[in-house]
Design a protein around this ligand. Structure first.
Ligand code: MG
Length: 215
């Protein structure tokens, strides 16, 4: 995959857990999808994936909805495996990644492309009715949380739109199993085609169902 003119220096300094090859794939896929409708990500954290997805959208005058309550997921809380003391807001005593996210999208020139939604994914989904060309699931990594994200958002994906799920590990030694289980649920629904995985990024494409075809 060709390296585009992306701001790799900025990308490197942003906290996050996204591999560069996965990021490049997000960029190209958002660029392809964005002309058909808005893209949406769940779990923006400090904005690393938002740069890739956002720049793909920007290239097509598209839009990226970026959802995160910015209070950190379970494993990012004090005392947990992925706790980062720099993200702790000293006034509230809670994790707050929103200032970091905001700085990232400002530096990446994406303030006119990304719509930050600072709330839970379930709240954002409550009255949602806009069809989406791409959904990237990378929020809470418990099964309940990841499956809820799938249930709430996959139904809004346009025919031939993309469902991307991060942190797919078939081998339990390599990582948590919840995203992989959700990925398998999506496949079992019969509504998605499986495309080649990019490292731990699962790639599914919404099928064109018969009722969507012109008669
Ligand atoms: Mg992830």
């Amino acid at each position: 995959m060709p390296k585009e003119d992306l701001p790799f220096e900025l990308i490197q300094e942003v906290k996050g857990f996204l591999d560069e090859e996965e990021g490049l794939f997000l960029y190209h896929t958002a660029k392809e999808a964005a002309r058909r409708g808005p893209c949406l990500e769940i779990g923006s954290y400090c904005g690393k994936s938002s740069i890739y997805l956002g720049l793909g959208c920007k290239a097509r005058q598209g839009v990226l909805f970026s959802i995160d309550h910015h209070r950190g997921s379970e494993e990012q809380q004090p005392g947990q495996e992925y706790f980062d003391p720099e993200l702790l807001d000293s006034v509230s005593g809670r994790i707050d990644t929103f200032p970091f996210f905001r700085k990232t999208i400002e530096k990446a020139g994406l303030e006119e492309t990304i719509v930050p939604m600072v709330c839970s994914s379930a709240l954002a989904a409550r009255r949602w009715s806009t069809p989406l060309s791409l959904v990237f699931i990378d929020g809470g990594h418990s099964f309940e949380s990841a499956y809820k994200d799938y249930q709430n958002w996959a139904k809004h994906i346009l025919p031939e739109g993309f469902l991307l799920i991060h942190d797919i590990f078939e081998d339990p030694q390599k990582g948590g199993q919840a995203p992989f289980q959700v990925y398998q649920k999506a496949l079992a629904s019969g509504r998605f085609l499986e495309l080649p995985r990019v490292k731990s990024l699962g790639v599914l494409k919404r099928k064109v169902e018969k009722e969507n075809l012109p008669s």
